[in-house]
Design a protein around this ligand. Sequence first.
Ligand SMILES: [Zn+2]
Length: 436
Amino acid sequence: MPIVTIPDAPAYRIVNARVPRDLAWWSDEFAASSREFVHCEIVVDRGRIAHLGYPAEPGDLPVVDGRDGIALPRFVDMHTHIDKGHIAGRAPNPDGTFAGAIATVRQDREANWSAADVRRRMDFALRCAFAHGTGTLRTHIDSVAPQAEISWPVFAEMREAWRDRIALQAVALFPYDMVVDDPAQFDALVTLVARHGGVLGGLTHKGEAPDAKLDVALERMFAAASAHGLDLDFHVDESASPDARSLEVIAEAVVRHRFTGRVVAGHCCSLALASDADRVRTIARVAEAGIAVVSLPMCNLYLQDREAGRTPRWRGVAPLHELDAAGVTVAVASDNTRDPFYAYGDLDMIEVFREATRILHLDHSARPWTRLLGATAAEIMRVPERGLIREGAPADLVLTGARTLPELVTRPQSDRVVLVAGRPIDTAPPDYRELG
Ligand SMILES: [Zn+2]
């Protein structure tokens, strides 16, 4: 049973809602609030939020009693792989390791990733995300030839088909070696990404020490991004190896190039295992470079420190508290879903927030971590109007029965109500059977 019933009327009032202070644009009287939640009402009128704050004139609008439940903006999931999702059934990771994931995905991509296959799985993934309440999503796209020419046009099609439901962004994903070994392929990819309004990415994480080849690759990537006005979103140091230290090299490249685009570093797992001196120095450079770090706690917990017959000893996640304390913008996101890199996951940001809270110890903290559900990622993605509840904006909301963060994190919130432009959507995710 959904927690509330939304009246079939063009305008209505949601009373007794609890809105996180850090997930809304407040008028001054609330902005100064020292409380974590603001007890307020939300008036929805013809698909938009007409009022957010203290109860307005009662009038004769139908009333929805939010019963003190937390009301959230629709979520922003800034690091996913919807081109890769849902292949685990036909291409399971043989041993749950990172190496197993890379080999299995390559095989499946070369054998199966036609436009029709990518389209079907992307659509399935987006329906999962939508049902759970996500309104903005960035995906990485495996972009090694010939896949780039297949997947990017499908992505563009999806972005158009989904534009009223989920705002989509995409990032080209490829090993940095390609930039040096096959410059013609890299140039063609940059053109393709620019044509589709995408973001340039790349993997620098494979566990080996940064070398001259990485320097050359980064020079070319930053030059290409500058020339085409592209942002950058890397997969960085997704490894426990003490040699995986490319984050600092990327930070130096940002500063050297005086790069003015956004730069995101995903994963940064090995930074958690660096010596205190190395970690402090690297974090200072990342802060200076203005790089945002996105942690993927569920996928890291699954892949990092895995060895058959041995219990993992660490959680695999980047040192997010230390990064945050140094002024680095930090976020969390889903990453992979039901593929060889992560066997589970459903693009549900409440699950991501729940698991991030537990894995990264975001609880017992005064930091505004509720922003991880939307606002922080929206800023990084240059869509700052998203991921916040705001007067005048579309009434895109997720209403939950949880009154506190512990209540939100304890249960999966399967009874949540998702409003898109003020109307409730079907929150049942699609059936796996569709995919065979
Ligand atoms: Zn990823």
